[in-house]
Design a protein around this ligand. Sequence first.
Ligand code: GAR
Length: 219
Amino acid sequence: MSTSDAATFRLGVLGSGKGSNFVALAEACRTGQVPARVALVLSDVADAGILDRARERGISAEYLAPGRYRTKLDEVSEPAYVEALQAVKVDLVVLAGFMRILKGDFLRAFPQRVVNIHPSLLPAFPGLEAWRQALEYGVRVTGVTVHLVDHGIDTGPIVAQEAVPVLDDDTPATLHERLQRVEHRLYPAAVAAMATGRIRVDGRRVVGGPSAMGMGTEA
Ligand code: GAR
């Protein structure tokens, strides 16, 4: 390994879906907006788009079977994920639409080094299909949150947030699409702040993350 390679901040990306956030992040790494490189992509879904998006960019991508549970990794699978990420020496684990809860040994292996993106203004609407929850509740403003992962579901310290208005004629699909446009900008900005050591965690408060300058401009 060359010196510059050893010095490069390395990302391990986990995803279960189409991988649009991964693509945004990989592009931001390629252009230098994020001073890092994606070392490995892992998915719990064998035919997930994220694996194809990685392979077509020449990035290592692997399906790792999640085991016998529906919402988390099992006792065999979780250490396999940890080992694969440690083998390529990732500095940060980036969850990009990874639809399983990570707990215990996984989080202990990467303390304060697992980050997630969620399509609502947490603590509102944790869990699945947050855009649908927001529409059904009738909020006029929702948004996107980037947060560190802790033992709860979408409860970890918040690194970045940006608001997105709910429009009168929104459907779940149109609202999710507008939220994703914000995700594709906010996630790379937050990862860049982490890669350059700009953020500091003080209990629940994270300082130094990207500011919410774009707030409300994505309608
Ligand atoms: C994103 O909208 C992300 O916020 C959401 O899954 C989508 C993945 O899209 N994650 C969650 O809901 C986590 N609770 P992608 O595969 O195109 O990046």
